[in-house]
Design a protein around this ligand. Structure first.
Ligand code: UTP
Length: 276
């Protein structure tokens, strides 16, 4: 039902300097696979095969990654090493990739608006690849959200309860329960101080958005830090229509931070050793 997924990947990744000085944050590997490939595989598993990536300067390696490398393939052809490229080949064979560039980094909302040209007038998923999500029981978080979309047909944000001292890193919602793990959003605040936060329910890097979000973004003024904030546009959508928040089943790792990156590496290395 949802065919496309947008990957805003133009940010500077300053929390991970110097590794991200000339390498995209999205290409940082968790064990032997770059972050963005985990995200693309999650979208693919949710049936979203149209992969739209918003890149920026210095991000060309993302495009090269989702392409055939003839020299390399020729070199390893017929050897056991071919197996290392199986997942990547499956992604390339199943999905289509389109790219556009965000010329000025004016915030996540602006990056999503930049992606309009690749998405068009249809609902779409959004994955922030530095949030690595490990869906419970192998059920990808985006697939969980797509099922909720099929029932409610409105924008949905994935949320996680975080400690009060961490709410300042996130968009935080005010909401009332609708059904188990699903909430109706009434308000949102971008990166509030703990005392101003309406709850401890923080938005993480998975969204399903209805295409009217683009018009809302166009009429949304710059917000916190002078950036166009997706939370401000979602707040308008919530007030004029309906936005749901979904407490996803699974584990999220903030791989844009060193602590989250190391935790994810340890977890996925365990799995790698078990051959899964
Ligand atoms: P972050 O807040 O993680 O910013 O952006 P960042 O620049 O990537 O990383 P830090 O905080 O400096 O370490 C959230 C997501 O939005 C994208 C980023 O690529 C990331 O996936 N983004 C952000 C854009 O694509 N464009 C922007 O102008 C801002």
């Amino acid at each position: 039902m949802i065919r496309k997924c947008l990957f805003p990947a133009a940010g500077y990744g300053t929390r991970f300097l110097p590794a991200t000085k000339s390498m995209p944050k999205e290409m940082l590997p968790i064990v032997n696979k770059p972050l963005i490939q985990y995200g693309v595989e999650e979208a693919m598993a949710a049936g979203m095969h149209g992969i739209a990536i918003v890149t920026g300067r210095g991000k060309r390696s993302i495009e090269d990654h989702f392409d055939i490398s003839y020299e390399l393939e020729h070199q390893i052809s017929g050897t056991s090493k071919e197996a290392f490229l199986e997942d990547t080949r499956r992604v390339i064979d199943t999905c289509t990739f389109s790219y556009t560039r965000q010329v000025e980094m004016k915030g996540l909302g602006h990056a999503i608006l930049t992606g309009e040209t690749l998405i068009g007038p249809e609902p779409f998923g959004v994955v922030l690849a530095d949030d690595l999500c490990d869906g419970e029981g192998g059920d990808p978080v985006l697939a969980q959200m797509a099922r909720i979309y099929a029932k409610y047909r409105c924008s949905i944000v994935a949320i996680e309860e975080v400690p009060a001292e961490e709410v300042h890193k996130y968009g935080v919602i005010e909401a009332s329960p609708l059904e188990e793990d699903i909430f109706m959003v009434s308000d949102m605040v971008e990166k509030p101080e703990a005392e101003d936060a309406p709850s401890n329910m923080a938005i993480i890097g998975r969204y399903i958005l209805t295409p009217d979000i683009f018009d809302v973004l166009r009429r949304t003024p710059a917000g916190k830090n002078g950036e166009l904030q997706i939370t401000d546009a979602l707040k308008t959508q919530a007030k004029e229509g309906m936005v749901l928040a979904y407490k996803f089943k699974g584990q999220r790792y903030d791989c844009g931070s060193v602590d989250g990156f190391v935790a994810a590496t340890n977890r996925f290395y365990e799995r790698y050793k078990q051959g899964a």
